[in-house]
Ligand binder design. Sequence first.
Ligand SMILES: Nc1ncnc2c1ncn2[C@@H]1O[C@H](COP(=O)(O)OP(=O)(O)OP(=O)(O)O)[C@@H](O)[C@H]1O
Length: 638
Amino acid sequence: MQSNEGYQFDGGPNQGPGQGQGQGLPAGSRLNQYLANNSRQGPSFGPGTPINVNAPIFIPKHQQPQPPPPPPPAVNQFAQLAIHDVPVQMIPFNQINAGPQHYGPPPHMSHRPSMQHHHPQPMAPPPPHVQVPYDRYHQESRGGTTYFYNEPSDQPLDAEHYHEVDGNEGGIVVNTSGVFCYNAPLPLAHMTRFRGKPNSTQQTQFISPELRMELLNRQLAFDTKVDPNLYPEIPQNVEHFTNLVPLENTGMQNQSHSTYKAISCRDGNFYCLRRIHGNRIQQPGKQTHLVEQWKKLVHGNIVPLREVLLNCRAFEDYSLIFAYDYYPLAETLMTKHFDPKNVTNFYDPANNFRITSPMGVPVSLGPSGANETMIWSYIIQIAAALRAIHASGLACRTLDLNKIICYGNKIMLSFCGIADVLDPDSTPIQQQQNEDLNMFGNIIVSLATGRANAWRKDLYPQSKKLIDENFSIDLRNVIGFLHNNGSRKTINEIMPMIGGRFFTVMENMQAKTDVLEGELSREMENGRLLRLLAKMNTVLERVENGTEEGWSETGDRFMLKLFRDYVFHQVTDQGRAWLDMAHIVQCLNKLDCGTLEKIEMVARGGDTQIIIDYATLKKCLEKSYRELMGNTMMIVHR
Ligand SMILES: Nc1ncnc2c1ncn2[C@@H]1O[C@H](COP(=O)(O)OP(=O)(O)OP(=O)(O)O)[C@@H](O)[C@H]1O
């Protein structure tokens, strides 16, 4: 082996008289006593303790006996994947009642992850050997080296410290006969494995299952494509938009409009295209003069308008096409509350393929409508959107249950600006804004009564009676104000009526932001470690690197190889694999940071022991990777 700066060679335990068991340990030290009476199971990271690294030896692929080919992957219909099948015990993400206190700093930001983050819940009888949690280790620093050890204890280990080692996480490949293809680890198996204990605030170090399901389903929604044979009427391209997928039933007789998901070749982003069939624009300047203003309007409760295509011939007519940002699996208020059977999002009868949002659980309203808290949350969000629109000198003009979409916890006004192009300058803006407020009142009446058309003149007295009986005076005042045509009114006037409820909604949103930030930082950490793992595996055990034979077995790579065993291939004194996710995460974190902490690594033959710090190991990795890159073509994916 080549000598390298920063490596210390340790002659091993029992180095001469007075030295105790470990290097430089005073005779009276607790660690020394422990090493002398070592009778515990499990690993030790200090000197003097034989680290029984007994990993299988790597044999280059070309020298290995060829294993039998793997069994063919499970091929299922997409529907069988049951991706929309949220287990009943899962709480929808929007109902997680977790304040920020449950989502503190991610566990592996500190280098001592607490046990609660990596113990899968026991699902089977405990395995014969148990692992001692870090918290039970004593820690002693000697000459800059931190040793962890545990003193034998008579206390039985809690059941929660048993590990269920289930190596078979499973995976699934789904190839439907039509157009949808999905290849990923089976989400439910993954979730079962890492789900925390029920009724506990414990978190795993992975993304929460509910959020994972939601994001996964959204990803699937992004990835859907249609089979051109099944939808011949859908063009392949509409100017720079391609991959059109209908978001509602198409192909009906006398349809005046339709909606599609599409991807833009210009920027690679997804868009929601609203097509107005057979609408030739005769006076472009006059009809589209408000489009630029709509494009500039940025608000969290308004779906942004990005582009308008005039007289588009892709559908073999003169279509008017509005491109909005696309929100996967968004559903309208109408679908969510009044037509829950119709929660299609994506459904392809040819393949029995269906994706729905697990968070967008349909809430069908009872005879007395939605509960008041939900209605106030909607009022606040719609009022916020209208406030921004009216302040820009515009009017929404299409405020109804079909044009408000729910996306996660928030609602957004969709398809804004279309009326201004179809019917420009029909009435003064003040009147249009007043009409917005009227329509806003209608929506509240529909939600409060549980009937989509309850605001109609003939049904209104009955609806009013129901609202008077079931809702607060504040809500009745808001409806009365919005429906009052006698006076000039502005959206700002409902602010005092909303009052303190505003803070409740704001606090809920803040709490959700905190949850998402917690998840994001966790994922960020995972991404960092993934890059590290990618580098390590690129460098390690290479058969060749240019002309340098034996490159992977010498110098820095040798150190990294020992480190790999130290991280991943620990075994107990009985030679059984010792699996501890926290140990792995902790070691990788320290490597990434390049800490000065030292570890002792032992070669597989047991003849070489090396004490090395993480900073040196990090340099080894960086240097080896750079060397490799110097000889390699790199393909960088975004
Ligand atoms: N920005 C968006 N991103 C993703 N999906 C959207 C967006 N805007 C609207 N949608 C979806 O497009 C579909 C519109 O179809 P839907 O038939 O419900 O509305 P509509 O055509 O306005 O109704 P109607 O035909 O009764 O007037 C809905 O499923 C809605 O969730």
